[in-house]
Design a protein around this ligand. Structure first.
Ligand code: NAD
Length: 254
């Protein structure tokens, strides 16, 4: 029996590459996204209609989430893994962040995964896995990320809550905290100054690749990670591990 994964935010970026990685590993993939046109085009381009199901849904909307998971269940009849990847970002100072933006970011990035897990559990059996996609911005505070960083820190704690509760169902719950990855989201919120800051602060001195994130997600959903739960794994070129001194070290090596 083919294993089934549902990936949210799968129309592009890290989510689309994750869908591709699971397909290559033999899974069937439900691709859920708010942008119906972009995800249908992405699903068509994968050219595996027998193993791909596109679902249009806003993860922050309880009724839409329930309908999407019902459609997934009708098509595949089971769910082995859920990847809560859909996310939204808007970088602004605390005084410039509107309450509407604050609420939307928390709704999509934190309430969305909560709703999707609630909808997923009835379809999952022993050996199920959930992976939440947080961010280095949930681990370390940087300017302009008051809403985004707080939503991702909440998601990292939600991971632990869910791991504690769902272990009894045989479901593992983990989290990936990516560093910067060159996607549409990064293009929207990363100014030249932010890019220079990341270059200075990341030992590997580059942005990550979508596939480098997808590979870790696939690992955490696999039996190779069967004793890992409640964990957040940074995939960030060393950002979380290091303090000051990288630019001066690079200068002295030049
Ligand atoms: P992206 O903007 O390229 O893709 C995000 C996808 O999520 C889009 O297809 C979008 O339509 C979908 N989406 C947004 N809101 C949604 C909603 N309410 N319901 C359903 N789908 C929705 O972004 P990305 O860079 O690929 O980011 C994927 C995840 O990785 C996000 O959770 C993001 O916060 C996280 N992340 C990204 C970076 C980065 O540098 N790109 C770094 C750290 C963490």
């Amino acid at each position: 029996m083919k294993r089934v994964v549902l990936v949210t935010g799968a129309a592009r970026g890290i989510g689309l590459e994750t869908a591709r990685a699971f397909l290559e590993d033999g899974w069937s993939v439900a691709m859920l996204d708010i942008d119906g046109a972009e995800q249908v085009a992405a699903a068509d381009a994968l050219a595996m209609p027998e193993r791909v199901l596109p679902l249009t849904c806003d993860v922050a909307d309880e009724a839409q989430v329930a309908a999407a998971f019902a459609a997934m269940g009708e098509r595949f009849g089971r769910l082995d893994a859920l990847v809560n990847n859909a996310g939204t970002a808007s970088f602004a100072t605390v005084t410039e962040t509107s309450v509407a933006d604050w609420r939307r970011i928390l709704d999509v990035n934190l309430t969305g995964p909560f709703l999707c897990v609630q909808a997923a559990v009835p379809w999952m059996g022993q050996g199920g896995a959930v992976v939440n996609i947080a961010s280095i911005s949930g681990q370390r505070a940087s300017t302009l990320r008051v809403a985004y960083g707080t939503s991702k820190a909440g998601l990292m704690h939600l991971t632990k809550q869910l791991a504690a509760e769902l272990a009894g169902h045989g479901i593992r719950v983990n989290c990936v905290a990516p560093g910067p990855v060159e996607t549409a989201m990064a293009k929207k919120v990363h100014s030249d100054a932010i890019r220079a800051d990341y270059h200075d602060a990341i030992p590997l001195a580059r942005y990550g690749l979508e596939r480098e994130i997808a590979n870790v997600i696939l690992f955490l959903c696999s039996d190779k990670a069967s004793y890992v739960t409640g964990e957040t794994l940074a995939v960030d070129g060393g950002f979380a591990a290091t303090g000051i001194g990288l630019p001066s070290l690079r200068q002295s090596e030049a």
